[in-house]
Every structure is written in structure tokens, then in C-alpha cells.
Design a protein around this ligand. Sequence first.
Ligand SMILES: [Zn+2]
Length: 142
Amino acid sequence: MVAMARRRTPSSASAAPTGCPCGLPAAYADCCGRLHRGEAAAGSAEQLMRSRFSAFAVRDEPYLLRSWHPDTRPASVDFDPSLRWERLEILGATDGGPFHQDGTVEFRAHYRERGRAGSLHENSRFVRHQGEWVYLDGVIQP
Ligand SMILES: [Zn+2]
């Protein structure tokens, strides 16, 4: 925390610790934070995926629920208090662009659980629901 207060570099695209949890260099408030606050909508399935990873990282349950398709949405999201989502790696994507109605995003999400590093490899499906990208479901890869 002390180091953060002291840091003052105007051009700091490489300063990973201050970037968004989704992995992009922009600050959280200007990146996924805009989606979480409802000020912007995801322009692609990948952007929605990133914003949902960030929502897990900052434990934004309302955002996770409203970016979930109503057919597959759980009643609530249980955040494991011993688990911290640390880094997202996008491995690939199909469709999910401005002119698509669905798309997939394959990713590896890195976490730390009681000090131990782990990762989740999933291929997620996204669809448009009332014009907006939402998460439908995913297949966990071994
Ligand atoms: Zn972000």
C-alpha cells in the first residue's frame, strides 16, 4: 500500500499491478469497472468474459448475475473466501463479435487458494440476450 501511494508515473502501461484484474493495462475503474457500474456494455463475448473474471476478482455478485443468461443463472454466487482470482489468460475465441449472436471464449483463470496456486481451464459459451452479451455455460477442460 505504501508503494502504491508513492508511485506517480504518468505513462505506465507496463505497470501490471495497477491494471485491471482482467489483465488489460487500464485501471479497473476505466476498464471492467465501467461495465460493473452499468455505464458500458460488453462489445464482444471476450470483453464480457474479461468483465466477469474481474467481477469474480472483486466479488461483484450483482454483475455476475445480470451477465448470466436467465436460463442458466444460479440464485446466488458463492464466493469462496479462501480463494483469490489473480490472473486471466484468454486462449482463444470464436465469433462473439459485433455481428454475431453467439460465441465462445476459451480461457485459463489463475487463482490462489490458501497460498497455493491453481488454475481453471474452461471453454465458455456466450449468447446475446435482449441485445446484450451474457454468459450461457461452459465446459471445464481437463
Ligand atoms: Zn478489465
